[in-house]
Design a protein around this ligand. Structure first.
Ligand code: SAM
Ligand code: DTB
Ligand code: SF4
Length: 327
């Protein structure tokens, strides 16, 4: 059965957002069950391989050189340190290792080093993901040859609100990189951030952009803004928890076969809110006590939460239970 649509209108998506909460969750959860085991969640661990001093001006980000967040800047991490972190992530039960760099785009020389990391992490038996900023077609082909499984590149927000958040890179630039990644045959991980002071129309428009891409991203991270002191978005009005759950539910309905990641922001979410997100169709998380520069719930907390909910971590490459997490 292929019922995937790429022609969603804003008015259809608005109708979904405005459904009574129970009706929206029932629809999202029913669809979720048709496409996934609702008790399986995929877990990825993040590592910042190059932190801070980024030339871009993303208003939410601790790593922008234009923001005043207090952050220790670092050079690209040595290969051995990355491999050690990846080994620990695997030991703790992660099935994918995501490496992020605070770059506008990688130079070909830096990409050589990242490629060594991808090959070494892949050799540990982990799925690999990197997020390095904009890529040329040739760079995506090199990453594909190195065995990269996923490339994360977010649209971040609606095209309408985008100019309020970033001025150093266009929406079109992002779409171009996504096209190169897709053309190279690498799985696409693409989502956005909510709770940045945007309106519901912006969340509708962001989800419309994602769902109407020529192919749905295999992985869709929905980040709740982590407010970092010294960034322009620090102190912005927080998004209501139930509106966040609605965003997850609508993402599930629009992209029924994609892995929807309950991404940044979990440290500030109650267990009950996360449970609602899993019911609404979220089936992937970042696992480990650090995201890139900010905190994430520690592994013990997540193991207890998974136990309470009867959720099992799953390795999407093997499509069976990963027992390492509970060992
Ligand atoms: N520099 C590269 C880029 O922007 O393409 C890759 C790393 S960047 C940190 C990856 C993504 O993390 C951003 O696109 C954004 O969606 C997300 N992100 C960054 N800071 C965040 C924050 N404070 N809260 C939530 N999500 C955030
Ligand atoms: C994504 O969508 N979220 C992750 C990952 N892709 C690279 C990053 C979240 C960053 C949260 C803020 C920080 O830790 O700096
Ligand atoms: Fe740089 Fe990425 Fe942060 Fe933007 S989101 S400032 S590009 S590290």
């Amino acid at each position: 059965m292929n019922s995937l649509r790429h022609d969603w209108t804003k008015s259809e998506i608005t109708t979904l957002f405005e459904l009574p909460f129970n009706d929206l969750l029932f629809q999202a959860h029913s669809l979720h069950r048709r496409h996934f085991d609702p008790n399986h969640v995929q877990v990825s661990t993040l590592l910042s391989i190059k932190t801070g001093a980024c030339p871009e001006d993303c208003a939410y980000c601790s790593q922008s050189a234009r923001n005043d967040a207090e952050l220790e800047r670092e050079r690209l991490l040595p290969l051995e340190e990355v491999v050690e972190k990846a080994r620990a992530a695997k030991h703790n039960g992660a099935s994918r290792f995501c490496m992020g760099a605070a770059w506008r785009n990688p130079t070909d020389k830096s990409l050589d080093r990242v490629i060594e990391m991808v090959e070494a992490v892949h050799a540990l038996g982990l799925e690999t993901c990197v997020t390095l900023g904009m890529l040329t077609q040739q760079q995506t082909q090199r990453l594909k040859q190195a065995g990269l499984d996923y490339y994360n590149h977010n649209l971040d927000t609606s095209p309408e609100y985008y100019g309020d958040i970033i001025s150093t890179r266009t929406y079109e630039d992002r779409l171009d990189t996504l096209e190169h990644v897709r053309d190279a045959g690498i799985n696409v991980c693409c989502g956005g951030i909510v709770g940045m002071g945007e309106q519901q129309e912006d969340r509708i428009s962001l989800l419309q952009q994602l769902a109407n891409l020529p192919k749905h991203p295999e992985s869709v991270p929905i980040n709740m803004l982590v407010q970092v002191e010294g960034t322009p978005l620090h102190g912005v009005e927080k998004l209501d928890a139930l509106d966040f759950v609605r965003t997850i539910a609508v993402a599930r309905i629009l992209m029924p076969e994609s892995w929807i990641r309950l991404s940044a922001g979990r440290s500030e979410m109650s267990d009950e809110m996360q449970a609602l997100c899993f019911f609404a169709g979220a089936n992937s998380i970042f696992y480990g006590d650090k995201l890139l520069t900010t905190t994430n719930p520690d592994e013990n907390h997540d193991r207890v939460l998974f136990d309470k909910l009867g959720i099992n971590p799953i390795d999407t490459a093997k499509q069976d239970l990963d027992t390492a997490a509970t060992a």
